[in-house]
Design a protein. Structure first.
Length: 562
């Protein structure tokens, strides 16, 4: 064969092979063209003094020149790795200098254990074992691939494996963290490097979807962060949902406003509504309106931040020049025949920072007791407490009742409770399903009241991993709990109890979605309604691989075998 033709054939075969190869589907890929904290999917950052991060061409230069406490610059994000399956982190960088451990670092933790790589000019060193690979890291950009699975850790450089340790992952994860990170993570050490990219993905377990699920989209728009839907059904059968349409990917900054959509075909299609409507649960017997709620986040100029911190209240940054604080709760009452209503503070302890949930927290019992589950952090407390605003006189008066204070678990440490779903069961008991604080504990906790929400049982850990939740009593002894699932494979799940919440059939957990991507905190908050034919319509917010957070629905049925 002609040598030139041989060369052409070889090149074509090589190109065809490259095109046929399946590229890795990264959960997140940061490239050094903008600061990690300023992108649409911002990384968390610890920006210590005497450190800098600047863009140079297509690279991020991170410089840590300080050796005092807190002088480090570390970027991190959650990645929700499953311990037995692990994940992969790849970074392409060129080292300039590194004086000690974690001066230039890539770190990965799976919630149970963690490992890290320190990049010196003449070697790459594992943080937990001292195992190192000798090489010149400062002569050019190199691609480093760190993979962990179970207890196994491996390192590849420019496509060649250089370290593989079957028992290399043994250092406990600090404070149970489950994240990846890069930069400088040492106060004592200095370091500088140019970072071209950092990308990661988790190895996902297989998930068997519930049969017959049908997904739909309520609202989806590039550049809009659509989040936190509500759900109500009007007397004429129409569904109404309202949700945030924010311009920033923020749980704090509501800039961008909200939207209201309605459906008149049992949630199959949705159209914009002209205006919001009053929730039927707020209607009084005399035709008036009443409800109670936490004030929630209230924005003030940044100059007033210390005023509220001095009261022991929770204060958070919102955007430049603006902070928000949490405080107490209020009730609203407009009696039938009155044109205007009145807002009245609900008595709460001083320094209590209260926050509301969504419509999963609302309930009016058959006896007429009105409930809204809220949560908050008492002054000086480390974890949150679950409360309920309660009225037994059709909204004339309201009081704050404690559902569950933080508890101490010998294995998991102190656990508080926040976003709480609430429902009256067929036997008249009222159940609360609570999100754990902190989230890493993962499992929902439940508490039950047998006296109309005046007093509550000690919280009990359920077998359901996922949060936050919605409870739906199905009209018999069955109760359905629906929740976001914020670890791989991320999505929406549900679990059934056939005995009034005393036990949960986690072995036959329903998997409605398993295609969630990106930041695990950007999906969930499901709400479910039961239609006349037994179909369930679940609404939630969701993020797929395209990165557009949107409002979605799933129509499904509980299999007859359940």
């Amino acid at each position: 064969m002609n040598p030139s033709r041989t060369l052409v054939v070889a090149c074509l075969l090589t190109a065809a092979s490259a095109m046929a190869a399946t590229p890795e589907n990264w959960d997140e890929s940061y490239r050094g063209t903008a600061l990690p904290e300023s992108g649409e999917w911002p990384w968390g950052v610890s920006p210590g003094s005497n450190t800098t991060a600047v863009i140079e061409g297509d690279c991020l230069r991170i410089s840590d020149r300080g050796t005092a406490k807190g002088q480090l610059r570390f970027y991190n994000r959650q990645w929700h790795a499953e311990r037995s399956l692990g994940g992969v982190v790849e970074a392409r960088l060129k080292v300039c200098s590194c004086s000690g451990p974690a001066g230039v670092i890539v770190m990965a933790a799976d919630g149970a254990n963690e490992t890290s790589l320190t990049f010196y000019p003449d070697r790459v060193e594992f943080g937990q074992s001292g195992r190192s690979h000798t090489m010149n890291t400062s002569d050019a950009f190199h691609t480093y691939r760190l993979e962990l699975r179970g207890t196994r850790v491996s390192l590849s450089v420019d496509g060649r494996q250089v370290v593989d340790e079957a028992a290399g992952l043994s250092k406990p994860a600090y404070n149970g963290r489950n994240c990846v990170g890069f930069g400088s993570l040492s106060s004592a050490a200095t370091g500088e490097a140019l970072w071209e990219f950092v990308r990661h993905r988790t190895h996902e377990p297989a998930a068997r979807l519930t049969e017959g699920v049908q997904h739909g989209v309520v609202y989806k728009k590039a550049g809009v962060y659509a989040c936190f839907p509500s759900l109500m059904r009007l007397p004429d059968g129409a569904f109404v949902t309202s949700f945030g349409t924010r311009v920033r990917r923020s749980h704090m900054d509501s800039t961008g406003g909200s939207a209201v959509y309605t459906s008149r075909d049992d949630g199959r299609t949705w159209q914009p509504a002209q205006k919001s409507v009053t929730n039927p649960l707020f209607q009084r017997r005399d035709g008036g309106v009443t409800y109670a709620a936490a004030y929630g986040w209230r924005e003030v100029p940044v100059e007033r931040a210390e005023e509220f911190r001095a009261q022991g209240l929770t204060v958070r940054d919102v955007r430049p020049g603006v902070v928000a604080y949490l405080s107490g709760a209020y009730s609203f009452l407009r009696r039938g025949g009155e044109e205007k209503g009145k807002r009245t503070p609900v008595p709460t302890p001083a320094g209590l920072s209260l926050m509301g949930y969504n419509s999963a927290a609302l309930c009016v019992t058959r006896a007429g007791v009105r409930l809204n589950a809220i949560y908050g952090r008492p002054k000086g407390a480390s974890h949150t407490t679950s409360f309920v605003l309660r009225s037994a006189d059709d909204g004339e008066t309201w009081n704050l009742v404690t559902i569950a204070k933080p508890v101490s678990d010998a294995k998991e440490g102190e656990i508080g409770f926040d976003e709480t779903a609430i429902a009256e069961l067929s036997d008249g008991r009222v159940m609360a399903m609570m999100r754990p604080d902190p989230d890493r504990h993962g499992y929902l906790y439940q508490s039950v009241s047998e006296d109309g929400a005046k007093t509550w049982s000690q919280p009990v850990k359920t077998p359901m991993w996922g949060y936050p939740a919605h409870l739906l009593a199905l009209g018999d002894s069955r109760v359905l709990c629906i929740y976001g699932y914020r670890r791989a494979p991320m999505g929406i799940r549900a679990c059934l109890s056939r005995d009034g919440g005393r036990t949960w059939d986690i072995e036959r957990e329903f998997v409605l979605r398993a295609d969630g991507k990106r930041n695990g905190s950007d999906l969930g908050y499901p709400l479910t309604a039961k239609l006349e034919d037994g179909t369930l319509m679940t609404i939630y917010y969701f993020t797929c691989s395209d990165g557009i957070t949107h409002i979605a629905t799933t129509r499904w049925k509980i299999p007859a075998s359940n």
